[in-house]
Write a protein that binds this ligand. Structure first.
Ligand SMILES: *Cc1c(COP(=O)(O)O)cnc(C)c1O
Length: 403
């Protein structure tokens, strides 16, 4: 049994743990709400008034925290949300979000369909068999659902082949309990400076639509564009655009920078937990992948690969302290990493290290990490684990709010 005093203290500590100031003691992800609002406005500025903006908040809003990002994007003028999985949709509904939510992934079981109906989510239908399962389940429930039909115009992922669009649409149109909300397709190469494959996909999309028209089928709203296509060509915008990466302030490819002024939303920060001096010839971290060649000041930082700092960046990572670039040394460990801080005089425990973000004139981006690792910024952003609290910075007060 806990004593009364200890019980009170424990309860208070549990509460304190959720205060931003406390959880910022080790490492955290900072979300700049103003940058997100700016990016929504910037993207909307590219769209004609008849084109809606669907904010893609799958994978916990690309690691940024889906609920707060969704709420902010909707308040800033986004018209709907897209997620990948049923669970992601339920999370948003449970948070009280009532905007239309499109599930981009495939749904194939009646259990999932019942949950979609219950939570009023909007599924993607990719083929006739799936449409029949939906119709069957929904007729048992006596409930009608808006559905979004997906055509494969060249991504070779989800969707009915574009040349079978007419049969597919006609079938779904005849099924009870299904109401076609939109028809859409997804681009494979929109971020390639060579636009020829994207144009080929677009010709197929237009061909499918023309066939629907020629068969007298009513045309619902259409959509085709991800971030890159939204930036690069207004002819691809149709009735709505599905924007993910650009919302988070990153460009799908360097040549797209001139199309909009985007600001990175996410920063990753951690604190120095110990500082020491090591003599020449001292090994650092597991396996001694780094050995000092001189007397060196070393800082230990409380963030590691279990937080989403890829171990493959060991000895290649740079971070920012007091606006200066500092080299990471030795193997990155699960919860901690080490820095050569010889150039930083009198560094103190508790000073902030910026792993991704701005400090003074210096900036390190998710693209920098992606380039070093031979991957894409999307994967870097999604890689930050839930152990890092997401803290939203509201600009007006510069107040930190845990999310
Ligand atoms: C993820 C996704 C998007 C968003 O892509 P970005 O390149 O991040 O803008 C759009 N549409 C579909 C179908 C997706 O899966």
């Amino acid at each position: 049994m806990l004593s009364q005093e200890l019980e009170t203290k424990t309860r208070r500590n549990r509460y304190d743990y959720h205060l931003s100031e406390i959880i910022r003691q080790r490492a955290w992800v900072e979300i700049n709400q103003q940058a997100l609002i700016h990016n929504v406005a910037e993207i909307k500025g590219l769209l004609s008034p008849k084109t809606a903006l669907m904010a893609v908040v799958k994978a916990d809003a690309y690691g940024h925290g889906a609920i707060k990002v969704a709420q902010t994007a909707l308040d800033a003028g986004a018209n709907g949300l897209a997620i990948a999985t049923l669970g992601e949709g339920i999370e948003l509904r449970e948070a009280g979000i009532t905007a239309p939510i499109l599930i981009l992934g495939a749904i194939n079981t009646s259990e999932e369909i019942a949950a979609i109906a219950q939570w009023q989510l909007q599924p993607t239908l990719c083929n006739p068999q799936q449409a029949l399962i939906f119709s069957d389940t929904l007729s048992k429930l006596g409930q009608t659902l808006p559905v979004h039909l997906k055509l494969d115009t060249g991504m070779s992922r989800l969707g009915t082949p574009w040349h079978q669009a007419t049969d597919f649409v006609r079938l779904v149109q005849q099924l009870p309990y299904l109401k076609i909300a939109t028809i859409y397709s997804h681009l494979a190469t929109a971020d390639d400076p060579d636009r020829s494959e994207m144009e080929r996909q677009h010709r197929r999309f237009k061909q499918a639509i023309a066939q629907l028209k020629s068969h007298g089928l009513p045309l619902p709203p259409l959509h085709f564009a991800n971030s890159a296509a939204t930036l690069v060509n207004p002819n691809l915008h149709y009735d709505l655009v599905r924007v993910g990466l650009a919302l988070y302030g990153l460009y799908p490819a360097p040549h797209l920078r001139s199309f909009a002024d985007l600001k990175p939303v996410l920063q990753v920060k951690a604190k120095v937990t110990q500082v020491k001096t090591i003599p020449p010839g001292t090994g650092v971290s597991y396996g001694y992948q780094f050995v000092s060649d001189r007397t060196m000041d070393v800082a230990v930082v409380g963030i590691g690969y279990a937080d989403g700092v890829p171990r493959n960046l060991s000895n290649r990572l740079e971070v920012l302290i007091r606006g200066q670039r500092v080299r990471q040394i030795g193997a990155i460990t699960m919860d901690q990493l080490m820095l050569d801080v010889s150039a930083i005089p009198n560094l103190q425990v508790g000073e902030v290290v910026t792993l991704i973000g701005k400090d003074g004139d210096q900036e390190i981006t998710a693209d920098d990490w992606a380039n070093k690792l031979g991957t894409i910024s999307w994967e870097i952003l999604c890689g930050f684990k839930h152990r890092l609290p997401r803290i939203m910075v509201k600009s007006s007060s510069n107040k930190l709010v845990e999310i």
